[in-house]
Design a protein around this ligand. Sequence first.
Ligand code: UDP
Length: 376
Amino acid sequence: MQDKNILLIGAGFSGAVIGRELAEAGHRVRVVDVRPHIAGNCYSERDPETQVMVHVYGPHIFHTDDVEVWDYVNRFATFRPYKNRVKTTAQGKVFSLPVNLHTINQYFDKTMRPDEARAFIAEKGDSTIADPQTFEEQALRFVGRDLYEAFFKGYTMKQWGCDPSALPASILKRLPVRFNYDDNYFAHNFQGMPENGYTDLVAAILDHPNITLDLETKITREDVAEYDHVFNSGPIDAWFDHALGRLAYRTLDFRKFTYDGDYQGCAVMNYGDVDVPWTRITEHKHFSPWESHEGSVLYEEHSRACGPDDIPYYPVRMVEEKKMLADYVAHARRAERMTFVGRLGTYRYLDMDVTIREALDTARLYLDSIKLDAAM
Ligand code: UDP
């Protein structure tokens, strides 16, 4: 079988992992990115002033139940144990997230045990909502109006720029409600933080003699003809010149500030009240508890609609976007020798582990398909 000439658009996890798999199978791989750095929105770097490792595009915590994905990332980086313990400031108090027995007891000023709290919250939940479709219905059904308004409504309006009744229930399903004191934000078996940051991890994945990397490189339709196959992790609508309209994204603005010492005592503090303009404040040094830093770097995070020149972060996926996406996907299926991958290429709210799982599967499918072609 002859080696293939492969182009990967985007040097985030999708591009790096697919590129690596194909490079290891002996193919010639070129990875390009329009930005001046690899790792996409997972990019991390040391702050020059304090040496703190900063998650430049917002907090990223690696968590998965997928043994193969966990082994994969551990092949390329040393992971340190890290548990994400998030707090939220709401209605003048600090609470523990995700909503757990401590949150419930503190909020309602009670000392309930698990079974009592479960019954209490079941009573608060709106049992007339049989099959919750929207974010709001999901919240009212499972936690009731008080907790919804304290912890979810305001945050979600700021994060998504719309009323939670216009958002799908799937967004809230990312967060558990617990009737014990477990305040680990994620329930996955494997959780951690790459010791030297995500940029190093992606660099190690890309470090293969069959891979060439070109940053600050924009690819147009005319450039792709010379490749046997292209994997595109850029925005699917942009590839088709937004011919069917723009898929909506949220972008983030970060107000960076420094502090001499420990500003907030945890990595992530959410703000549930709608009149506080930011959604959360991240104190990056707490992501590397094995390091010690006197100084501290903080990002106050503000969410807004993504304009044409902004960096897309979160796909909004309201009803009209889903229809537009289906039309783009139909276009994409007709695009020869091109596969759309990743958060932007498929317009889905993917976590890092799912992105890597899909990248591994995509690479394998492609390798199988060319083996099959060669055998025919
Ligand atoms: N959310 C909320 N209050 C919080 C944290 C999250 O209402 O304090 C909602 C919000 O709509 C958010 C979603 O839950 O977009 C998913 O939260 P997650 O922490 O998974 O968001 P990410 O870290 O990916 O931004």
